[in-house]
Design a protein around this ligand. Structure first.
Ligand code: GTP
Ligand code: MG
Length: 253
């Protein structure tokens, strides 16, 4: 089973992309299923095949432990650990080739609690990848792009899985803005120049050194603009994932 975890900051488009990828693969006769790992999800744009909300109920936790929504979500994320075996057997029984995993709205609940990496490593056998979302409007500012890049590196250090970077909601920015963001990805000097135009002195040197530290690490294998609304970029995303999963060039079109 090929497992893809969709990861990104709150509202970056994870659930919509989960839906879009399911539709995309189904239209190509691929066996695909979805997992919702967000205990706080209220309305999902897809019907999950496996749903963590069947095991942990945030509203009950709020009542039982007298917690606010954030405290309850943190506790829910921790309580999921007790159900990993059940989640694993549910996903195994799906008998599909592709599993798309939607992760919690608050990235830290998945990436920076014990349960996330534990689930990522034990939920399924077989190749896995993380799709990390750069929300297009937010990340079109070079500083925001850089901070998202650092956050994605922090996520990588937690999961140690191959990462594909996606500019999500690509339909919300102009072609020119997309080109500029791609230039930051393809050419570190372009990114340094963009940062330099806004920072001077020690602040610039600090950010530049951090960026240089990340250069050539190779942890990011692609930056792909994708729109879940129009479907643009899904072919490229699928191809990038297939390359990671199979080490080959096969493209699902
Ligand atoms: N225009 C446009 N809007 C999008 C796209 N993807 C998501 N959205 C919108 O962005 C908002 C957030 O999308 P979600 O998919 O719920 O994002 P999420 O990361 O799952 O959000 P949380 O789980 O709450 O953190 C919704 O209003 C979506 O309709 C897209 O590709 N294009
Ligand atoms: Mg969501």
């Amino acid at each position: 089973m090929y497992t893809t975890f969709i990861v990104g900051t709150a509202g970056s488009g994870k659930s919509q992309l989960t839906q879009a990828m399911i539709d995309f693969l189904r239209a190509r006769d691929q066996g695909v299923a979805s997992v919702n790992l967000d205990p706080g999800a209220i309305n999902l744009p897809y019907i999950p095949d496996v749903d963590v909300r069947e095991y942990v109920d945030v509203y009950k936790i709020m009542e039982e432990y007298n917690l606010g929504p954030n405290g309850a979500l943190v506790l829910a994320a921790d309580m999921i650990v007790a159900h990993i075996d059940e989640l694993r057997s549910e996903t195994e029984n799906l008998g599909v080739d592709y599993l798309i995993v939607d992760t919690p709205g608050q990235l830290e609940l998945f990436a920076f609690r014990v349960s996330g990496p534990l689930i990522a490593s034990t939920l399924t056998e077989g190749p896995k990848a993380v799709v990390y979302l750069f929300e297009s409007v937010f990340s079109s500012d070079p500083f925001n792009y850089v901070s998202n890049l650092f956050l994605s590196a922090a996520v990588y250090s937690r999961f140690l899985l191959p990462q594909v970077h996606v500019i999500s909601k690509a339909d919300m920015v102009s072609e020119e803005t997309l080109e500029q963001m791609l230039s930051w990805y393809e050419d570190e000097e372009a990114l340094e120049t963009a940062v330099e135009s806004r920072l001077t002195g020690e602040k610039y040197v600090l950010i530049r050194n951090l960026l240089m530290g990340m250069r050539d690490t190779g942890f990011v294998s692609a930056l792909i603009p994708v729109s879940s609304k129009t479907g643009a970029g899904l072919v490229d995303l699928s191809a990038a994932l297939t390359r990671i999963f199979t080490g080959g060039e096969e493209i699902l079109i």
